[in-house]
Design a protein around this ligand. Structure first.
Ligand SMILES: *[C@@H]1O[C@H](CO)[C@@H](O)[C@H](O)[C@H]1NC(C)=O
Ligand SMILES: *[C@@H]1O[C@H](CO)[C@@H](O)[C@H](O)[C@H]1NC(C)=O
Ligand SMILES: *[C@@H]1O[C@H](CO)[C@@H](O)[C@H](O)[C@H]1NC(C)=O
Ligand SMILES: *[C@@H]1O[C@H](CO)[C@@H](O)[C@H](O)[C@H]1NC(C)=O
Ligand SMILES: *[C@@H]1O[C@H](CO)[C@@H](O)[C@H](O)[C@H]1NC(C)=O
Ligand SMILES: *[C@@H]1O[C@H](CO)[C@@H](O)[C@H](O)[C@H]1NC(C)=O
Ligand SMILES: *[C@@H]1O[C@H](CO)[C@@H](O)[C@H](O)[C@H]1NC(C)=O
Length: 406
């Protein structure tokens, strides 16, 4: 409602153009040759103030010349601060009495202050739910009629210490509404699983986002909650900080139909300012089953990002503690699923992943398997000539018909 530009619905997945594919083929280099940056990553739950149990998780990723700080918390709505410094020795200082006060500005600082090169934040303010039953009719626009949203500031969260796993560098914030008159979350929860990485790689599970030591992954999962309608679509409202008077925008990048992410040709990216700065990256796909595959893939739509002056949003104490009160907040909505096809209604399960990081966002290259198949089957000159044909073959995943040429 706050945007003049309406949400853009129904942008389907598009196939990459032959020229784009050719460009990608020519620039695709095995990851190992690009040089891997590694970081010394540690996760620490910051001990809380007596009598006021709070979750504050500090991820510190130290490189040769820089340190990244990710501070996750479920004080207020779940939020993360992202701070990059140009020294391997920067530290996070927490003043609990200030942080828990009504005026938290100054309660969180990264020292030395002049080492900070970039900082921003994301806040997950509300879980949205829409009734998509009648969206095929002209009267109702996708994603459908909104139900009253769940404010994530009014959730109760588990003790983050219990889910901390130093082996996988991960921790999970799991919560449910404090007031739940309809018992929708009696057997359900919303979980934010956070994971850091010491080096680059790719998880085993879809959507297999390529990560680096400069990034942190967030996996959001809604499990077992009772939807309010037979065809409920869920969404997340996300708030971020604008740099200056403008809001960052969500850019769509074409990606390749690769074995890593079959049938998803797009990578969405939110970038704060000109690169290299901070970024959020995700594939526009969510999953309606723990077994993530094509059968359970749902589209994920992002609304335009706009200033939030016109409607009140729950405030995050950690964001106010670090940034003070004079900041521009920008919001956008993510919506998962479509009125038809698989949905949350199948198994009362929904998961979606994103990466948060600083520097240059990881760029997908063709997987070694696909490169190998093409090299063997075509040879390099043929590759150039037949780039157009490759598009078709890749698009239809007919690698098996392809090998007999050899
Ligand atoms: C979380 O658990 C740890 C150890 O199990 C305990 O020391 C801490 O006080 C707990 N925190 C909260 C918020 O309950
Ligand atoms: C770290 O900084 C030093 C001096 O500024 C520079 O020579 C070196 O190349 C930097 N190392 C990396 C990995 O950026
Ligand atoms: C923490 O903040 C309080 C105000 O909330 C202030 O009085 C106190 O001096 C601060 N402590 C430190 C160590 O800075
Ligand atoms: C959907 O449309 C039907 C027929 O127009 C109407 O009876 C029903 O109340 C509508 N349902 C919702 C949720 O709007
Ligand atoms: C929660 O689970 C219990 C046991 O499995 C079941 O009896 C109960 O009906 C469920 N409640 C809701 C609201 O689904
Ligand atoms: C949901 O579906 C059931 C059976 O298909 C139907 O009886 C019920 O009225 C539907 N509920 C809503 C809110 O549309
Ligand atoms: C997000 O969705 C909610 C509920 O429909 C709406 O009130 C809000 O204006 C939307 N925000 C944006 C930025 O589109």
């Amino acid at each position: 409602m706050c945007c003049r530009e309406g949400p853009r619905w129904g942008r389907g997945h598009c196939a990459p153009s032959p020229t784009l594919l050719l460009g990608l083929l020519m620039s695709a280099a095995p990851l190992g040759l690009l040089g891997e940056e590694t970081r010394q990553v540690s996760l620490e739950v910051i001990p809380d103030w007596p009598g006021a149990p709070q979750n504050l998780l500090h991820i510190r990723a130290v490189g040769t010349n820089s340190t990244l700080h990710y501070v996750w918390s479920s004080m207020g709505p779940p939020a993360v601060l992202l701070v990059a410094t140009n020294t391997p020795h920067s530290t996070l200082a927490v003043n609990w009495s200030c942080l828990l006060s009504p005026e938290p500005a100054g309660g969180l600082t990264v020292l030395p202050r002049d080492s900070v090169q970039f900082s921003s934040a994301l806040v997950f303010t509300r879980l949205l739910e829409f009734d998509s039953t009648n969206t095929s009719e002209a009267s109702a626009k996708p994603p459908g009629k909104p139900y009253p949203p769940y404010s994530l500031a009014e959730f109760s969260w588990n003790n983050i210490t219990d889910s901390l796993d130093p082996a996988t560098l991960s921790a999970t914030f799991q919560g449910h509404p404090i007031h739940d008159p309809t018992a929708a979350f009696a057997n359900g929860s919303l979980a934010f699983r956070v994971q850091a990485f010491p080096s680059s790689g790719r998880p085993a599970q879809a959507p297999r986002l390529l990560h680096s030591a400069d990034t942190c992954q967030l996996e959001v999962a809604l499990v077992g909650a009772c939807p309010r309608g037979n065809r409920s679509l869920f969404g997340l409202e996300v708030v971020t900080l604008g740099q200056g008077p403008e809001c960052p925008s969500v850019q769509e990048q074409r990606s390749i139909d690769d074995e890593y992410a079959p049938a998803v040709f797009q990578l969405d990216q939110l970038v704060w300012g000109s690169l290299p700065s901070g970024f959020v990256q995700w594939r526009p796909v969510a999953f309606s089953q723990r077994q993530r595959g094509r059968d359970s893939a749902l589209p994920c739509q992002a609304s335009p990002v706009c200033l939030t002056l016109e409607y009140p949003l729950p405030q995050s104490p950690i964001v106010r503690a670090f940034f003070g009160s004079q900041t521009n907040f920008c919001a956008f909505n993510l919506t998962f699923g479509a009125p038809t096809g698989p949905g949350y209604w199948d198994e009362h399960y929904l998961s979606w992943s994103m990466l948060l990081g600083v520097g240059t966002p990881p760029v997908d290259s063709l997987s070694p398997l696909i490169l190998g198949i093409m090299a063997v089957a075509l040879g390099a000159p043929g590759l150039m000539l037949l780039a157009g044909g490759v598009v078709l073959l890749l698009g239809h995943k007919q690698c098996s018909e392809y090998q007999p040429i050899n």
